[in-house]
Design a protein around this ligand. Structure first.
Ligand code: ZN
Length: 279
């Protein structure tokens, strides 16, 4: 029996602009349409950043609310995950939309260098975001950009700030953070099996590594993340011209690894999320 894989589509991100990639959806209407196409292609989870009218990253809860409403309406059962990422937003704003109670939200459990800046996640800030998610019934997706963040996540579980089993994403290929190396990927898998044995996990590869990491995940029982957020610029590293096309690439390759795309209902069950409310 083929094992289901949850395919996450990270539709927009904080970086790519229309001028880098015309396929990047930036208005709520474009985001809902792009998500719907990816959903039809086999994605069961959408990771969302929103943008101001000038395309800069936004924290506006109204924008998040509009996208969530559209996704819930047009993509029945799809898991909605908001980004609490820091690019272009100050710390106070990063959790400002969590009262909208998405199914999930991202939670980086430590600080790390990015190509041009520090991605700052001090311990008290991480605890605060984790607490807000707990209070709002939101399941975090723990973002592991560097090794220590895995153990910080285990520590959050120990302190009751993160429910067990957590869902963890390994992010590989951001310059200055963890490189895309199979030995690191295998080490992360063995470590998570040891320190968070019940956790579910996914890995994301950035840029031209996206597809390679997708295949590693399919082969080793992990879940998959794709989308224009991680594969953003035109040029030789471009894997596809739309979010749906990136999702389809994974779907088409599933059978080679005895996997199949999880339905939204299966994805919810795998992640321990409540069934979708009828729309
Ligand atoms: Zn993101």
């Amino acid at each position: 029996m083929a094992e289901p894989v949850i395919i996450t589509v990270a539709i927009t991100g904080a970086l790519p602009r229309k001028k880098d990639n015309p396929a990047v959806p930036v208005t709520p209407t474009e985001q809902i349409e792009s998500t719907h196409e990816a959903f039809e292609a086999g994605a069961s989870l959408v990771h969302i950043h929103v943008r101001n009218p000038d395309e800069s990253p936004s924290s506006d809860p109204a924008l998040y609310g509009r996208v969530q409403e559209g996704v819930r309406k047009h993509c029945p059962g799809m898991i909605v995950q908001f980004s609490t990422g820091g690019r272009g937003r100050d710390q106070a704003a990063r959790g400002a939309m969590l009262h909208l109670k998405p199914d999930m939200a991202s939670l980086a459990t430590g600080s790390v260098n990015f190509p041009d800046r520090i991605y700052e996640n001090p311990p008290d800030f991480v605890d605060g975001l984790a607490r807000t998610m707990l209070d709002n019934g939101i399941k975090p997706e723990v973002e592991v950009f560097d090794l220590a963040m895995l153990y910080s996540a285990a520590n959050l579980v120990k302190r009751g700030l993160l429910k067990d089993p957590p869902h963890v994403q390994f992010v590989m290929g951001i310059p200055n953070a963890m490189p895309v190396r199979r030995s690191i990927f295998d080490f992360l898998r063995s470590e998570i099996a040891d320190v968070l044995p019940k956790a579910t996990w996914v890995a994301a590869g950035i840029g031209r590594y996206q597809w390679e990491v997708n295949q590693w995940c399919l082969a080793t029982g992990g879940h998959c993340r794709t989308g224009l957020e991680d594969n953003l610029r035109a040029g030789p590293d471009r894997l596809a011209s739309s979010n749906a096309e990136l999702v389809r690439k994974i779907v088409d390759d599933c059978s080679r690894f005895d996997r199949r795309p999880a339905t939204p209902a299966e994805a919810r069950q795998i992640l321990g999320l409540a069934p979708a409310a009828p729309s």
